[in-house]
Design a binder for this molecule. Sequence first.
Ligand code: GLY
Length: 360
Amino acid sequence: MDAKTLHVDAGGGYDIVIEPGVLDRAGELVKATLPRAKKIFVLTDSNVGPVYGPRFVASLETRGFMVRTHVIPAGETSKCAASLVEIWSAMAAFGMTRTDGVAALGGGVVGDLAGLAASTILRGVDLVQAPTTLLSQVDSSVGGKTAIDLPEGKNLVGTFYQPRLVLMDPEVLSTLPTDVFMSGMAEVVKYGCIWDREFFDFLAARPTREALMAYITHILYTCCDIKRKVVNEDEHDTGLRMILNFGHTLGHAYELAGDYVKWSHGQAVAAGMVTAANLGVELGVTAPDVPGKIKGVLASLGLPTEISCGFEHIEKAVGVDKKSSGDFVTLILIEDIGKVKPLKIQKSDALELLSRMLGR
Ligand code: GLY
């Protein structure tokens, strides 16, 4: 595994350091990025904390930081207002000042929550992301979206708040359960679908975890490079950034249908990309051989390519989609592998077509 660094211009600008063992260099890199910070508040969860927390904290302490670690229970249920209040209180009790920093060591839940806490405590302190799942490395740790869920829906409260540094250690992926690793692969395949045909073909030729891990730095780099280009152009998600949601509208319907338990985000997005490709074919936008190609790659990774759900879930997902305005929704379609094509259509037309396609 080699090392690579990418620079994101959004926010104040920040580096993504992709490097095996970089968690052990956290102290040195955080010191160089946040020279005025004395205290670092580390947010982690009950899965990641015991495994990687001691190394991460030791590295920070070696560079003279005073560290307070706050551990949340692993899982999406922690991404709630009650956890946020507890985190704010713990930060205040730690005596943080505006020159101190927050570090998120964990997956998407930890990163989203730490980001929201960092963006609001004392009206904003510096944030370092140290993502430990494939999904959070290729998606949520880059780009500055933070959030908590409400009983009314996921990610309903949040901010845009770019980190100052992202520390991405590919070695930590080796301890992920296979289904969690493959769930992250759905987002990886997404980048190939919307942006980079060569990358898609590269993934298609590597259907096992071992084969993918042999090129993991290249994979992380390619995904983060695409994401940073999109985020640099549309930090606040008012245009181009919506292409990152390929497969997500239907994916949200599948997640909802399974009560967010039966299907992981990546699994739901995998099936959602296939449905979006089929929808594109029906609309005459997508080349007819595309759904089969996407299905082939996802199936070889053990990801679902079809999920059945009640039509009410699809109606709800299309209705509340963040890419909708008034009676219209923007469908993220692809013309061919690597060539995204957003299409704004009437919600009622989209629903009628989906209802016909899904035989409802
Ligand atoms: N996860 C999609 C985005 O960051 O916009």
